[in-house]
Design a protein around this ligand. Structure first.
Ligand SMILES: [Zn+2]
Length: 123
């Protein structure tokens, strides 16, 4: 996922959220603008660069708690709504997430199996 795409998606989500929840008409309200700036700044500093999944799937969770709570609220609210306003981007997000979750599950299973084998050997 490219950095600017990731930032774009976050901005769209914040935009939907702000418009519906905060009834803002011209751009974002101050609170949401802060969140957007914060998300962008975090993404700029991301050690994974372009070679990473969406921030929402990221393992590092570099957001500070208050911002993390805000962004997850935004994603919960705007995620499903993006299906209608930006279906292609939303679909890509969903498929990336599924791919990521699948990979993570596979790695977890592998780790579990290795652990089980270790325990069996101890018997
Ligand atoms: Zn707002």
């Amino acid at each position: 996922m490219q950095k600017d795409k990731d930032v774009e998606i976050v901005n769209i989500m914040i935009g939907i959220f702000c418009k519906r929840k905060h009834r803002s008409k011209n751009g974002l309200c101050q609170e949401c603008q802060e969140l957007a700036d914060y998300a962008k700044a975090r993404r700029e500093k991301c050690p994974f660069g372009d070679n990473k999944t969406f921030c929402s799937n990221c393992k590092i969770h570099c957001y500070k708690p208050s911002m993390r709570q805000k962004i997850s609220e935004v994603m919960r609210f705007s995620g499903p709504r993006m299906m209608f306003s930006h279906p292609i981007i939303a679909f890509r997000h969903v498929s990336e997430t599924i791919k990521y979750k699948r990979k993570e599950k596979k790695e977890k299973n592998k780790a579990q199996k290795a652990q089980q084998q270790g325990e069996d050997n101890e018997k």
